[in-house]
Design a protein around this ligand. Structure first.
Ligand code: NAD
Length: 457
């Protein structure tokens, strides 16, 4: 089928070796950075059209993060491309050993709609830095951003090197994978789609990175600074109207501070977005009717203690705090992905753990406490991908922290050095001189047990 003819061209271009050199890779990263900076306004307007993001938010959560990663890749590229010497064991001396970073080949990168720029382009930057050819697939649910990104990428890169394809992922991706064996698939999105990609990839033993979602708990202990906790929880929950994989999904608050926390949350929400968030600067919109209807259905699955306003014509769902939510309700079985916060209280860690265990392996975990022992206990007990103490969501923006899930919330990680490593295969090499060739390793081995025991131990 000729529909994906560019894939063969990408394979040929990769095999030509042109993507491997330092100068080439650096030039591409600089070109990408330049075109992103030059198109900041077009990007902002697309993100505003898709998700009502403000220029400030676009910079902090999209373009700025991408530029930060690009700068980091550019400044460390030469160092990370170098062979990395490792030790050689006694048995193999005087050989020397090293790891040789090499690109994986032609990689597929699939992005979601919620941060449609950086969640697609940070992995693309990593793949370019690592010397690969790239096929990239933006989400069809953020069409304005997908269009700008396509325009930007096609202006800078030929399609036999970096190619953006548009359309329904459920049709396009399996069709492409039937025709072509990618050397790596990097996917960001929901758990069910991640699972189906993993299954397709397994048929050809294609390595995958799966950046998935989950229900991220946020625990507030009785010794926490409640005012600060409330501000940081409200910000994490309401950025992008809660359509963020790292936002606190539900709250577990110590009974002694529950009422105070709820009052402070309301103060924080109204300070950020006024008492009418539908008209507030910086309060986003829900991506589409399907997600809007799902979120509205959650609002009746508990007792509303604050907010809960919505308007279908503008895809607005206001901040909402819910209590008395059943653990069997859909809202506690699915990732909420919206500005609705169920609140549960607990007296003992075990009580809170019982709730967390219902949705194990969250992508993120947040804890508010001022006690180091409490902190240690929680960090040991909950299995999660990444998290914060006394904060929410900002771990994502520190490129020195690898970002990824565990178990159900994903496989692999990226950001910073990992963004390069994830698209790199490190060949393990041993180099042995020929001037020394002792008989000990050669047959017959009879009578050499003593000396072999000395060298292999
Ligand atoms: P989604 O899984 O519906 O779509 C993501 C991408 O997959 C889109 O480009 C889509 O076209 C494509 N796709 C759809 N079906 C496919 C199939 N069968 N085969 C291959 N590709 C297919 O996800 P979404 O709704 O865009 O994003 C929301 C989810 O993503 C949430 O669960 C959220 O937690 C998660 N997420 C995770 C991260 C992270 O970094 N871990 C970041 C953002 C979002």
């Amino acid at each position: 089928m000729e529909a994906f003819g560019f894939l063969k061209d990408q394979r040929s271009f990769f095999e030509s070796g042109q993507t491997r050199g330092y100068a080439f890779r650096k030039q591409q990263l600089l070109a990408l950075k330049k075109v992103i900076v030059a198109n900041e306004k077009a990007i902002n307007s697309a993100l505003s059209s898709d998700l009502k993001k403000t220029p400030e938010e676009c910079w902090v959560t999209e373009t700025g993060l991408l530029i930060q990663e690009l700068n980091h890749l550019i400044s460390h590229l030469r160092e990370w491309m170098r062979p990395e010497p490792v030790e050689t064991n006694l048995l193999n001396l005087p050989s020397s050993s090293y790891l040789l970073p090499s690109p994986k080949g032609v990689v597929l990168i699939i992005g979601p709609w919620n941060f449609p720029l950086q969640l697609l382009l940070i992995p693309v930057a990593g793949a370019i830095a690592a010397g690969n050819c790239v096929v990239m697939k933006p989400s069809e649910f953020a069409p304005a951003t997908a269009a700008v990104v396509e325009q930007i990428m096609s202006a800078v890169f030929p399609s036999n090197y970096v190619k953006l394809i548009q359309g329904d992922g459920a049709e396009l991706v399996p069709a492409m994978m039937k025709e072509f064996r990618f050397d790596h698939i990097f996917y960001t999105g929901s758990i069910p789609v991640g699972r189906s990609i993993y299954m397709e990839a397994a048929k050809e033993l294609i390595p995958v990175t799966l950046e998935l979602g989950g229900k991220d708990p946020c625990v507030v202990e009785s010794d926490a600074n409640i005012k600060v906790a409330a501000r940081r929880i409200a910000l994490g929950k309401l950025t992008n109207s809660g359509q963020m994989c790292v936002c606190p999904d539900y709250l577990l608050v110590h009974t002694d501070v529950k009422e105070e926390l709820i009052s402070q949350l309301i103060i924080a929400i109204e300070k950020f977005y006024t008492s009418d968030p539908s008209a507030a600067y910086g309060y986003g919109k829900i991506i589409n009717e399907k997600r809007f209807d799902k979120l509205v259905s959650y609002l009746s699955q508990g007792r509303l203690v604050y907010g809960g306003k919505y308007d279908r014509s503008s895809l607005f769902v206001g901040p909402a705090l819910l209590e008395d939510v059943s653990l069997d309700a859909a809202i506690m079985k699915e990732e909420i992905f919206g500005p609705i916060l169920p609140i549960f209280s607990f007296r003992t860690t075990e009580e809170a753990m019982t709730i967390i265990r219902k949705n194990p392996n969250p992508l993120s975990f947040y804890l508010f406490t001022s006690n180091r022992e409490t902190e240690k206990e929680w960090l040991e007990r909950v299995q999660f991908g990444a998290g914060c103490i006394n904060n929410t969501a900002w771990q994502f923006s520190n490129h020195h922290l690898p970002f990824g899930g565990v178990g159900q919330s994903g496989i692999g990680a990226y950001h910073g050095r990992q963004t390069f490593d994830v698209f790199t295969h490190k060949k393990s090499i041993m180099k042995t001189p020929t001037w020394f060739d002792p008989a000990i390793k050669y047959p017959p081995l009879k009578g050499k047990l003593g000396i072999l025991k000395f060298f292999v131990r």
